[in-house]
Design a protein. Structure first.
Length: 371
């Protein structure tokens, strides 16, 4: 079938809108009519060559949301007409996948940024020549996308699906870091302190989740005053512009000696260090910010030895089919107002959306597809 998609023609080139051909779904895939797709910094990293295994030309996009158009012969739990969000890929067979820890799939890199299906095939083409796709096994900067059915999450029918794409990656990352990792099922972190370092989309999702969990105080740290103002509206009890040692002293003062929890989303080594230095004894710092390969950070060994934990987390430890419907319920009941983070753009304006995301002028771009 013919589709309209945004392609990156070569490394570090702007997006271009093109007409492409898309193959029919395999037996375990679904074809989704994409209504909208969130844009993550990961899409920009892909454009700019951060992923050594990523081939060009490539169609990016990994926060697709829409309506199932058709399903492969082996798909029994989704049907045409279902509203869905497409989440991250996993193999289902490696050690983490077998243990149910699918966001740590050891085959994730190939599935996310190899540009092909797991079987090596390339379902998109132009004039008969392959165009790489399958970015996060979806490539949702397009009017239609193919995805493995197991990565696709059915949404409640009364939800405004065109707003919900960012739940597939960025927002479940921040929210899951709090609601799955800091507060595992059956526990409560009500009344405990948290600092959120970097209040872009991931950080603000974590902040809204911290409010749902009843954390207090909730401290937002960022370099952009406009984001801090929004953080305050969304539940931050304190907001701080990051200024090194002065910020550390302020956090310790607000929390009476340091935070119980830190959510590091900035991927900046000095900020990560600040997040760990501002932990109280037995405090936990969760790292979700994605740094470029080779980035290093230093900590003081005696400080970590004081019962402090630093943990890396991917996709908020989420099992999307369980967790995303919970976040949709929070959204529908006004506890998780993700629409406050979103700025909508037409697909044709994708380069403007990317520039606004890079500058911080827009927190979470969502691209509407032309149909
Ligand atoms: Zn993402
Ligand atoms: Zn796996």
């Amino acid at each position: 079938m013919k589709i309209t998609a945004a392609i990156v023609p070569a490394r570090s080139q702007p997006f271009e809108i093109q007409q492409l051909d898309l193959a029919a779904p395999l037996t375990d895939e679904v074809l989704v009519r994409i209504l909208a797709s969130g844009m993550c910094h990961t899409d920009l990293h892909a454009r700019d060559g951060y992923f050594p295994n990523l081939p060009y030309p490539i169609v990016c996009g990994h926060e697709g949301v829409g309506v199932v158009e058709a399903v492969g012969a082996a798909v029994t739990d989704l049907a045409a007409g279902d509203p869905v969000v497409i989440s991250f890929p996993y193999c289902g067979q490696c050690e983490p996948c077998s243990a149910g820890r699918i966001s740590y799939c050891t085959n994730a890199r190939a599935l996310k940024s190899g540009g092909r299906r797991a079987d090596g095939s390339t379902p998109m083409s132009r004039d008969g020549a392959p165009v790489y796709s399958c970015f996060f096994q979806q490539s949702s900067f397009a009017t239609f996308a193919l995805a493995p059915a197991k990565d696709v999450v059915k949404l409640r029918r009364d939800a405004p699906v065109e707003w919900l794409g960012p739940l597939g990656c960025g927002l479940q990352t921040g929210a899951g870091a709090v609601l799955n990792v800091m507060q595992p099922p059956g526990t409560s972190i009500q009344g405990q302190s948290i600092a959120v370092y970097g209040v872009g989309g991931v950080g603000l999702a974590g902040l809204m989740a911290a409010r749902i969990a009843g954390c207090d105080p909730i401290i937002a740290i960022d370099r952009l005053p406009a984001r801090l103002a929004l953080a305050r509206e969304l539940g931050a009890t304190h907001v701080l512009e990051s200024k090194g040692g002065e910020t550390l002293a302020e956090i310790r003062k607000i929390t009476g000696g340091g935070t119980h929890f830190a959510l590091e989303t900035s991927a900046v080594p000095q900020i990560f260090r600040l997040a760990v230095d501002a932990l109280r004894a037995l405090g936990v710092c969760v790292l979700v910010g994605s740094a470029r390969a080779g980035t290093e950070v230093t900590f003081e060994m005696p400080w970590l030895q004081g019962g402090r934990t630093v943990r890396g987390v991917i996709q908020g430890d989420s099992r999307p089919r369980d967790f995303i419907p919970q976040l949709v319920d929070h959204f529908m009941e006004d506890r998780f107002p993700l629409d406050r983070l979103v700025t909508r753009y037409a697909l044709a304006d994708i380069n403007r959306a990317a520039a606004d995301a890079a500058s911080g002028a827009t927190i979470k771009p969502v691209l509407s597809m032309p149909h």
